[in-house]
Design a protein around this ligand. Structure first.
Ligand code: ATP
Ligand code: 2JD
Ligand code: BAL
Length: 259
């Protein structure tokens, strides 16, 4: 599932990127962020975040390591067990995996909610429209009628019947403060972040150290595979997960190249 073939090929000019280039995936990702900025979806600072992610992905070998694959299966089990699962979308996520997030929401019964660090009404609307163009029926986050407690910033704005009420939230490329505040609300937090030392994966119940472009389609594949599993099987998957071991495995891969 670590193949970029899984990424929907709907971005203009992608054909200009030579597919036989040894770092095709990274070039494609960069290109999507650039186009996200041009379309008013992604904040300019999204390019910095992308650069940080890209450096860690290079060190991880630009592949889904076994511990990340396991975390992605555990995340799928959590989402299937949840009463009110929500997938949080920011400008980078919308540019990189819009259709893939819609697929994951469908496979797990989760809601999609736009939640931005650099919040403006224009970007919220542009991202909601972009998700609807990729098949989303209902997109939360526009109303933003509730707040995450103890977080003094625009990013605290959430929907009362969305992230605020969620029991399980997927927060990709998240900043550490908000991840901590959501954890303090008692939510089961699934973080996708290429840097295992970032505060957000450090506080997450399920840290997924993988590129979102590979992680999300793989989570969907696991969710479809587990769709017929009974509750006790899903609970067993969730309970045997060792978050510390997952973080350690990613760090070892980055530091030594070993799996
Ligand atoms: N395509 C991607 N897939 C997964 N993670 C990514 C991707 N692009 C960037 N990232 C990660 O997303 C994070 C975005 O930065 P952010 O500002 O939200 O966190 P941070 O300040 O680096 O860390 P902290 O969690 O400690 O606040 C970075 O850790 C970066 O490695
Ligand atoms: C750029 C971004 C990764 C996302 O920003 P937004 O789309 O405004 O939520 C931000 O959190 C940052 O690290 O600077
Ligand atoms: N994500 C914006 C800056 C931070 O990491 O808190």
């Amino acid at each position: 599932m670590s193949d970029y073939d899984t990424v929907s090929a709907d971005v203009e000019h992608e054909e200009e990127i030579p597919e036989d280039h040894p770092r095709y995936q990274d070039l494609l990702t960069r290109h999507r962020i650039e186009q996200g900025v041009e379309k008013g979806i992604t904040h300019l600072q999204g390019m910095h975040a992308e650069g940080r992610g890209s450096a860690f992905d290079y060190l991880l070998g630009e592949e889904t390591i076994p511990s990340a694959d396991e975390a992605e299966r555990v995340a799928a089990a959590h989402l299937l067990l949840a009463d009110r699962p929500v997938l949080s979308i920011n400008g980078n996520v919308a540019a990189l995996v819009p259709g893939e997030m819609v697929d994951l929401a469908e496979a797990t019964g989760a809601d999609l909610e736009v939640n931005l660090f650099n919040r403006t009404p224009e970007r919220i609307e542009a991202i909601a429209d972009h998700l609807r163009d990729h098949g989303a029926e209902d997109v939360k986050g526009v109303e933003a009628d509730a707040r995450i407690p103890n977080l003094d910033h625009q990013r605290a704005k959430v929907d009362a019947d969305g992230i605020h009420a969620a029991d399980v939230v997927v927060v990709p490329l998240e900043d550490g403060d908000r991840a901590e505040a959501l954890e303090a609300m008692g939510k089961t937090e699934i973080v996708i972040d290429l840097n295992p030392l970032s505060r957000s994966p450090q506080v997450a119940e399920v840290p997924i150290v993988d590129n979102i472009i590979r992680a999300v389609p793989n989570m969907t594949a696991h969710a479809r595979d587990l769709a017929g599993a009974d509750e006790s099987e899903l609970r067993a998957i969730v309970e045997t997960f060792d978050r510390e071991a997952a973080l350690e495995a990613a760090e070892t891969r980055i530091r030594t190249g070993d799996l």
